[in-house]
Design a protein around this ligand. Structure first.
Ligand code: NAD
Length: 499
């Protein structure tokens, strides 16, 4: 161990990972090196898998699905594996948190909290594995009985992004497994470690070989090949709207595989004059700064009632100045590093555009000076108009744009003035206003007088160009099933041809 960051040892040599097919580790020939975004030390080496590796992973998942080693088990046995995995995650919590920090740059305290959420995902999905069922139709007349069966879709391809490498994985994997499907996962190239670590934990928990397979590599090569692969029955993709669109084309041009898409957002936070302004400002600061704003549900558009706008922005700016940005291994840090150099450039580019387009910078707006690592102070722009690029485009960084409104209808129009519909939040002590806004703003997830609350019991997903389908909760398991309608004749069928 050559270096320490806040008492945590940085790896002396990068940890080398193979990839995981049919219950076995394979060695990569061509390797990708990942530097920690906070410490500029090479932390991992992962394989750049080839199309042949992908074919083998899909074939293993297909065998494991077709011979029913997983789908054929009682739900209770699948639940047992998921519960033992949850226990395994408890044992490996510190290890997983450390690799999330080293590859992603998020604060260690946040990483630990995310793993607790992942444990809850496995426990919730275990319950769902036991309860998953179809329906029956006792109303078809005395001669006919009907029922619906829920059957697993088959082999699922899962592509995940770099912002929540383990959390997004665990909001999908246990629910896919609960349904009886098998899968091939392709994590983001820069944050593959924890997806690979999960392979061993699942195997220790008793998951049969071939059910969970991991291939690593870039999106353009191995990711694209997975979206086009005719051996995949369903693709679950989480990432940008642009790549989501290319998944739709790939599905159409290959085998019309079913798609689950969780894509981008430009999420409104609507603050009425009658809200608890201190509370709402804390929520707004958290909503834009959590995970350095590299979060699909970041509340990046503040829509605040004009009569309190100046006061609210002052309170918010004061709070944002106090956010502790820095080394993610410092347990006091609230906001860590920007995960990739290109994302850092994108965010700084949008800050420059905001200034050039005439928005007023109230706080932040600069990279923080640091010996190593990329850090940006959470930033607030006021006087933003709907045509500005910081108003319309997903920045995926800690940059909040503030708009002002006079009437409830105007607030709703502003909130819906986007191609996205992922998440939204409204702050008001008036139940009529809060509920009207909740019902009229287009978003798959809504928070009233809170933000980013909730667990794996409730489904997540987007309206409009934020995606298709739902993850987590019972709907999140059903998403990976298909419904078969069955009709059973009771007694003698009346004949078509007379005898
Ligand atoms: P991205 O779309 O660039 O990459 C996501 C994943 O897709 C990665 O694994 C990447 O390797 C892969 N990929 C890239 N190009 C591909 C291609 N042509 N074919 C197949 N796979 C490809 O997104 P990102 O930069 O990693 O993540 C940021 C984006 O993800 C943001 O837009 C954010 O809003 C979105 N996101 C959405 C959610 C959600 O739940 N809605 C969650 C997290 C992130």
């Amino acid at each position: 161990m050559d270096e320490m960051a806040h008492g945590v040892a940085l790896p002396e040599t990068p940890r080398e990972f193979g990839f995981f097919i049919d219950g076995e580790w394979r060695k990569g020939r061509d390797m990708f090196e990942r530097n920690s975004p906070s410490h500029d030390v090479t932390v991992t080496r992962t394989a750049r898998c080839t199309p042949d590796d992908l074919d083998q992973a899909v074939a293993a998942a297909r065998r494991a699905f077709d011979d029913r080693r997983w789908a054929g088990l009682p739900g209770a046995e699948r639940a047992g594996v998921l519960l033992r995995t949850a226990e395994g995650l408890r044992w490996h919590r510190e290890e997983i948190a450390r690799w999330e920090v080293l590859e992603n740059g998020k604060p260690i305290s946040q990483a630990r909290g995310e793993i607790d959420h992942c444990i809850a995902c496995f426990e919730t999905a275990a319950g769902a594995a036991r309860l998953l069922h179809g329906d029956s139709f006792n109303n078809l007349g005395d001669g006919l009985f009907g029922m619906t069966l829920r059957e697993p879709v088959g082999v699922v391809g899962l592509i995940t992004p770099w912002n929540f490498p383990f959390l997004i994985l665990c909001e999908r994997v246990p629910f896919i497994l609960a349904s009886g499907c098998t899968l091939v996962v392709k994590p983001a190239e820069v944050t593959s470690a924890t997806t690979l670590i999960l392979a061993d934990i699942l195997a220790e928990a008793g998951l049969p070989a071939g059910v969970y397979n991991v291939v690593t590599g870039s999106g353009r090569s191995i990711g694209q090949a997975l979206t086009e692969h005719a051996g995949i029955d369903m693709l679950s993709f989480t990432g940008s709207t642009a790549v989501g669109r290319s998944c739709v084309h790939a599905s159409a041009d290959s085998n019309l595989k079913k798609l689950g898409l969780e894509l981008g957002g430009k999420n409104p936070i609507i603050v009425f004059a009658d809200a608890d302004l201190e509370d709402a400002a804390d929520g707004a600061a958290f909503g834009i700064s959590f995970n350095t704003g590299q979060c699909c549900v970041s509340s990046s558009r503040l829509i605040v009632e004009r009569s309190v706008a100046a006061e609210f922005e002052r309170i918010l700016a004061e709070k944002m100045k106090k956010i502790r940005v820095g080394d993610p291994f410092d347990p006091e840090t609230q906001v860590g590093a920007i995960t990739t150099a290109s994302q850092n450039e994108t965010i700084l580019g949008y800050i420059a555009k905001g200034k050039a387009e005439g928005a007023t910078l109230l706080v932040g707006g600069e990279p923080l000076e640091s010996d190593c690592g990329r850090y940006i102070q959470p930033t607030l722009f006021s006087g933003v108009t709907p045509s500005m690029s910081i108003a319309r485009e997903e920045i995926f960084g800690p940059v909040l744009s503030s708009f002002h409104f006079d009437t409830q209808d105007e607030a709703i129009v502003l909130a819906n003035d986007t191609v996205y519909g992922l998440a939204a939040s409204v702050w008001s002590k008036n139940i009529d206003k809060a509920l009207t806004v909740t019902r009229r703003v287009q978003a798959g997830r809504f928070w009233v007088n809170t933000i980013m609350a909730g667990g794996p019991e409730t489904p997540t997903g987007g309206f409009r160009q934020s995606g298709w389908g739902r993850e987590t909760g019972l709907l999140g398991v059903e998403e990976y099933t298909q419904v078969k309608s069955v009709h059973i004749e009771i007694g003698r069928r009346s004949h078509w041809i007379s005898s």
